[in-house]
Structures are given as structure tokens and as C-alpha cells.
Design a protein around this ligand. Sequence first.
Ligand SMILES: [Ca+2]
Length: 182
Amino acid sequence: MKARMVFFVGLCALCGRIFLSGYLPMSHAAQSDQVAMDLADRLSAPENGDSLKRHVQVQRRGRREDATVLIAPVTVRAGLSGLSDRLTLSFLAAPVFNIGDGMQMDVFLVSAGIPRPVYSRYFDAGRKAEDRDWIPVAVSLDLPKAREVYLEIHVSGGPQGDLVADWLALAEARLARERANQ
Ligand SMILES: [Ca+2]
């Protein structure tokens, strides 16, 4: 009897879920999913294409990722025109090697030709143990309604200009719309 009751309640819950998911297709979660997009496919290196490597298998601290690798000095861009909204940019970043004097990453939101810095970090896997891992990054972006908006990522050699082993891996790079109540 108890088992039948449990089965019945479970069936009702399942039917309700199916019904609601069909009835409320434009929930906040659904909207958020609709604009979530893979950023790696949008990245291009207009001036130095050889410094952008796609689908490189990179393992750090036991975690293997299908990564996009940026080899300094490099500038990559991702067009964001038509996405006038508040978005969250997120990715995992990790130096590929534990040697050299580290590298600098700077991320800009460029609108109407004017770059605005949105994120910076120095990665030094040669000297800092915590940089020998995937580092999660999340940045809120207010996209202006300009004709040409793009994200620009610079990876450079650092203060000494030493470019030895300056390979930075990015994984799970995506943009997602922030929820309306945030
Ligand atoms: Ca360096």
C-alpha cells in the first residue's frame, strides 16, 4: 500500500513537471539558457592566428579540459554585437607550463573603438603553486548598445617581456545572461 502511494505521488510529480516545463517555456532559467553561448567558437586572432590554438587537451591538477590556448604575445577578439544586455563572462584559465616568469592576461570590453578593462591577472605557475591549476574567472559585463562591441583578450609576457613558455589555456569559456533579479 505504501509502495503504491509512493509510486502514485512520484507519478504526479513527474506529470506536473512535464506539464509545467511545457506550459512555462519562457521562465528565467529558460531565458538564461537561451543566451548562454560558447565563447571559444567566437574567438579569433586577427593579427596573429598562429598564437591561437583550439581543442588542445590540457591537464592541470588532474583535470583535463578541451582548451583554447593563447600563446603570448597575442590579442584575440570575440564579437558581441547585438547582445545589448547584462551578461556574465566565465572561463577557466591555467598556464600550460610551470616554467618562465609568468604572463599577464588583460580582458577588455571594446565599444565604438574604446577599450574598457574588465579583468586582469598575472599567472605565475613557475613560482606560485596555486597558479598550477584551473582558475575560475567570472566577470559581469554591461554591454552597451553600440554598433560594434567585442571582447578583447591580451596575453603578454609580463614585466620583463620574457615570453618563454607563455602559453595560457582557457576552457569552458561562455557568456550567459544574468537573471533579472540580480
Ligand atoms: Ca613570461
